[in-house]
Design a protein. Structure first.
Length: 284
């Protein structure tokens, strides 16, 4: 299993890194589009569609992204899109987690399919526009999710249930603890402070997500770091809820040793558009 994970990770890096650092953002946009199409296929399967129906869902997702690019949306400020999308993630995510696993099948199948495709489309718009802002900006957003996940894992292993008696969401993801969430939040705050200092020391030509917020006040940076950590955890829990409802461990086996694409991007789906929302709102 470890060998598979390492090989898959190396192959993904060999594809993603050249696309990410290519002078034009379009190779990266295309690579991510392929990933979103695969995630849409997984989404169809998780919601009971067969092979052909899931392929159609992937094609619909690609079409939405392609039309958006053709209309020039990637080069335009999309503040309204980010605010509406962010609000739906916060309110809808809270409602889903409150309803729990039994609440998911009660949602009409058509609405579930539509919500999934729109979430993937919104994430594609956000990640490509973040790349157009600058690599430093995009990496700072991606690193936020990675740091939250890594810090939560180690904090949960070291301190899980030492300070609280209840787990975070035992009916959805039994392995997660509140100590892990606090550890993840602390890791993100430290990352944000270090990144802001690095931007200043190296006089970064493109400000990171953290530096953009810090210019408006350190209090805003702290609140945003905590909020984004919470939404990262919410994205992870929502996918776990859906998989538990579907009775599967992984969204697919497209990535040997890692599961499916949705398993790797679940926490990014809410955080990417929310990062663009905050960026749009605080920019002068």
């Amino acid at each position: 299993m470890l060998k598979q994970r390492v090989i898959t990770a190396l192959v993904l890096l060999a594809i993603l890194l050249p696309a990410l650092f290519y002078p034009s953002p379009w190779p990266f946009a295309i690579v991510v589009l392929v990933m979103m199409a695969a995630a849409a296929w997984e989404w169809g399967r998780l919601n009971g569609w067969g092979q052909m129906g899931s392929l159609v869902l992937g094609a619909v997702c690609v079409s939405l992204c392609g039309v958006s690019a053709w209309l020039g949306w990637l080069q335009r400020p999309l503040t309204t899109v980010w605010v509406v999308g962010g609000a739906l993630w916060v309110l809808g995510g809270a409602a889903l987690l409150r309803a729990g696993v039994p609440g998911w099948p009660r949602i009409p199948a058509g609405l579930r399919l539509l919500a999934g495709v729109l979430a993937l489309w919104l994430a594609w718009l956000a990640v490509v526009q973040a790349r157009m802002i600058g690599i430093n900006f995009l990496l700072s957003v991606l690193a936020l999710v990675w740091m939250a996940d890594i810090s939560a894992y180690f904090a949960g292993r070291a301190f899980g249930l030492r300070f609280t008696k209840n787990k975070l969401a035992p009916a959805i993801s039994p392995g997660k603890s509140w100590e892990g969430v606090w550890g993840g939040a602390l890791g993100v705050v430290v990352l944000a402070l270090v990144w802001v200092a690095a931007d200043a020391a190296w006089q970064a030509s493109v400000a990171s997500f953290y530096s953009v917020l810090a210019r408006r006040g350190w209090w805003l940076l702290l609140l945003a770091a905590l909020f984004m950590t919470a939404m990262s955890v919410a994205g992870d829990l929502i996918e776990s809820l859906i998989k538990r409802s579907a009775g599967v461990k992984d969204s697919s086996q497209l990535l040997p040793g890692h599961g499916g694409v949705l398993d790797r991007v679940d926490a990014l789906l809410p955080t990417l558009p929310l990062a663009l929302m905050l960026h749009s709102l605080v920019q002068p």
